[in-house]
Design a protein around this ligand. Structure first.
Ligand SMILES: Cc1cc2nc3c(=O)[nH]c(=O)nc-3n(C[C@H](O)[C@H](O)[C@H](O)COP(=O)(O)OP(=O)(O)OC[C@H]3O[C@@H](n4cnc5c(N)ncnc54)[C@H](O)[C@@H]3O)c2cc1C
Length: 525
């Protein structure tokens, strides 16, 4: 019999044997009747700064025991349903556009079933991309097709590599298993908040790419899809910016939330889409030590805890302000994907050992904030904010920045003394109230004041805001039906974050597999 024992709360330095014996005692089982033991979940309980770990443990038992449906449940192994190939013959190999988590897992799933997909990526391979991104951060040489948003691995490659998600889907554990198979540490299988950092993520992305190729797929970098050919409301081919035309009858668009030129092309081709709400704001930076103490008290800095994180939110009617994509022990990065724009995001390495912590503090924006209901009005809203920030920063990719305390008092900061802003190439002190709309500025201030109540000193101690953060999710939804196919064009499958069906690495990967399985269930090779 296999059971899972939940809610085993122990001091953070409890040894594995102690965890096992407590689980056995909970289940009323003797050691001799336990064939196997595994930690299924480990989470941190830091309420009242009395920090302990809470475990869920799996036990394989030699005999049946009583379960209570609460903290002791029976584990029933469900066999994964094999997707049966469809009967509609594919004339051409399926094309997947975009090598972010959605495109990669879509292509991997198709390749495993022998569909030999062609994966097209506008940016460079991850090694070349890393050099281009470093070159931008250090020397302001911006590359429009290879940057923090575009290139092998997609938007999340230069990230904290947080593998948390709000969706619950059986594919989540499968995807975490794939990450481990391709080089991620085993701990992601049981940590409540798994993360792998940009350093490990880059190698995982490469390993998945090599697996797709080994299985007969093809991966092409520096291959931007700049046009599509539709006839009788059905996709016929794609055209690359090189001029090459490639026929296809299945096209998966896993473009990400920053492919504005491609959104425009698709809109002009009559692909049905609509504007979608998202959030904007700025990244707040603190000393990581301050956050560790605020969250863990005397346990701050304990080697088994690592860098602390936080999650904050404030709501006033339809207005919301919340912390997003927190990067403990990380840096604020220049995440622009268009010339003469400034965009921030966060990144950290697996060790999360940098001096500062950062998180986006964001405010929801909806069609009401956009100029019109045009499907691309959200894109325009983002662009204008990013161009304004570029100008405020000094037209050199410096990002506007300000002490949180000065932002709350509406005055420009002179210099940043107690904390070094981590954004590269550099920051320019300005009053961010002049960057955002009055509505966004007000809600940001209200939220920050609320967060000061939750974490004492959150708006003080030299805390810095650097912005703008605009790429929190896609500003567009490309409409698809229950068959996951475009509502306007047969053979096109809009997928992942860019199409408005995911938010984050994990949910994008889930959507990629979902779309691949749909294609497999309809078509055969
Ligand atoms: C700096 C940063 C940090 C982040 N941190 C995290 C995190 O810690 N955890 C988390 O869950 N999420 C994080 N995210 C969000 C996460 O990266 C995205 O949600 C996820 O990558 C979306 O996956 P996707 O495959 O749908 O799209 P993307 O990853 O955006 O991939 C889309 C790909 O399509 C390519 N493409 C676009 N247009 C074309 C075209 N015309 N032709 C060919 N190729 C094209 C792009 O170059 C890109 O590589 C972060 C994002 C950023 C930018």
């Amino acid at each position: 019999m296999n059971i899972r024992v939940h809610n085993i709360k122990l001091p953070i330095d409890a040894e594995i044997n102690e965890i096992k014996s407590v689980a056995l005692k909970e289940a009323g089982v003797k050691e001799k009747d336990c064939n196997a033991f595994k930690i299924a979940k480990q989470s941190v309980d830091a309420r009242k700064k009395q920090v302990s770990f809470v475990y869920s443990v799996d036990l394989e038992l030699a005999k049946k025991v009583k379960t209570n449906g609460k903290n002791i449940i029976e584990l029933i192994k469900e066999d994964e349903k094999e997707v049966v190939c469809g009967s509609k013959k594919l004339l051409h190999r399926p094309i997947v556009v975009g090598s972010g988590p959605c495109g990669l897992f879509c292509a991997l799933t198709l390749a495993r079933k022998g569909y030999m997909p062609l994966l097209l990526e506008r940016g460079a391979d991850v090694d070349t991309r890393t050099k281009a991104v470093q070159n931008f951060w250090q020397s302001r040489n911006f590359s429009p097709d290879t940057n923090v948003q575009f290139g092998e691995g997609g938007a999340g490659t230069f990230s904290d590599g947080k593998l948390t998600t709000r969706i619950s889907d059986p594919k989540i554990m499968k995807i975490l298993g794939e990450f481990v198979k391709f080089g991620a540490p085993e701990e992601i299988l049981y940590k409540a908040k798994p993360h792998i950092g940009t350093d490990i993520l880059k190698n995982v992305v490469k390993a998945i790419r090599n697996e797709i190729i080994k299985l007969g797929g093809e991966v092409r970098f520096n291959s931007k899809v700049s046009d599509i050919v539709i006839k009788d409301e059905k996709i016929r081919s794609v055209k690359l910016s090189s001029g090459e035309e490639i026929p296809c009858d299945v096209l998966v668009l896993a473009l990400g939330h920053s492919a504005r030129d491609t959104y425009e092309m698709l809109f002009n081709k009559g692909i049905l889409m609509q504007a979608k709400a998202f959030s904007v704001g700025a990244r707040v930076e603190h000393k990581q030590q301050f956050i560790n103490e605020a969250m863990y008290g005397d346990f701050a800095g304990h080697k088994l805890l690592g860098a602390a994180d936080y999650q904050l939110s404030y709501r006033n009617g339809d207005d919301a302000c919340y912390s997003f994509c927190m990067c403990p022990g990380g840096v604020v990065v220049a995440a622009a994907s268009e010339e003469n724009t400034v965009v921030t995001n966060g990144m950290s390495y697996f060790a999360r050992d940098k001096e500062n912590s950062n998180a986006a503090i964001c405010v929801n924006v909806t069609i009401k904030d956009f100029e019109s209901e045009h499907p691309l009005s959200g894109v325009k809203y983002q662009q204008e904010l990013e161009k304004k920030a570029f100008n405020f920063g000094g037209n050199n990719y410096n990002a506007p920045a300000q002490l949180v305390s000065d932002f709350l008092n509406g005055k420009c900061s002179n210099k940043f003394t107690s904390l070094n802003p981590s954004y590269a190439p550099d920051v320019t002190p300005i009053d961010l109230n002049n960057l955002f709309s009055e509505r966004v500025g007000k809600i940001l201030s209200d939220g920050l004041r609320q967060f000061e109540r939750k974490i004492n000193g959150f708006t003080k101690n030299g805390a810095i805001l650097t912005g703008p953060e605009t790429r929190t999710s896609a500003p567009v939804r490309i409409l698809r039906n229950d068959e996951l196919e475009s509502c306007s064009t047969k053979g096109i499958y809009p997928a992942g974050e860019g199409a408005g069906y995911a938010g984050g690495i994990m949910s994008a990967a889930v959507d990629g597999i979902r779309v691949a399985e749909k294609v497999i269930s309809i078509y055969c090779v």
